[in-house]
Design a protein around this ligand. Structure first.
Ligand SMILES: CC[C@H](C(=O)O)C(=O)SCCNC(=O)CCNC(=O)[C@H](O)C(C)(C)COP(=O)(O)OP(=O)(O)OC[C@H]1O[C@@H](n2cnc3c(N)ncnc32)[C@H](O)[C@@H]1OP(=O)(O)O
Ligand SMILES: [Co+2]
Length: 135
């Protein structure tokens, strides 16, 4: 089951510059900065009540964020939804005909299991599923 919007992902060219801008915008510092090697990104997170904003800078040229920025420039990259059981949701969405961009959940940022759906199946919006990694 989808439970809430977990974060909005924004692709940025320079994390330090964008951190400073969003710190002024939100009047708060990011609560976390984390590299996700597998995705070729370094991220920083801001939390506004229960919703987070994830800024993403590419750490290598051959990664989704670099490709996105090259093609479209900086901007909203994806919407992440928290789900209560990511494997069950992946199986359900596969049944529903959505293309999953990974066979199994991947380790994402902010202590989450993640999976993405192809944006062509969701009206041009890249959707990420997230589930907290439980101890
Ligand atoms: C996991 C760490 C962190 C977290 O929250 O934990 C993250 O969020 S990491 C975020 C970065 N990682 C990903 O986005 C992984 C999933 N993305 C992909 O696998 C690719 O980016 C993919 C498949 C969406 C597109 O890759 P492709 O090589 O096919 O690039 P194209 O430019 O050829 O795109 C094909 C088609 O899709 C459109 N597109 C691409 N990106 C997006 C997007 N973010 N939102 C909407 N649409 C997107 C692109 O425009 C092309 O459409 P077309 O009409 O042909 O131009
Ligand atoms: Co994300």
């Amino acid at each position: 089951m989808f439970t809430n919007v977990e974060h909005i992902g924004i692709a940025v060219r320079n994390l330090a510059v964008s951190n400073e801008l969003f710190t002024r915008l939100f009047n708060q510092l990011p609560y976390r900065q984390e590299e996700v090697e597998s995705e070729g990104v370094v991220t920083s997170f801001f939390k506004i009540n229960e919703t987070k904003v994830e800024l993403l800078e590419a750490t290598r040229p051959d990664c989704p964020i670099a490709g996105f920025i090259e093609k479209r420039g900086e901007g909203v990259h994806h919407i992440a939804f928290e789900v209560d059981d990511i494997e069950a949701e992946m199986a359900r969405l596969r049944e529903e005909g959505f293309r999953l961009l990974s066979e199994v959940p991947k380790r994402g940022a902010d202590n989450k299991w993640v999976c993405f759906l192809h944006p062509k199946d969701t009206q041009g919006v890249l959707i990420e599923l997230c589930q907290e990694i439980r101890p």
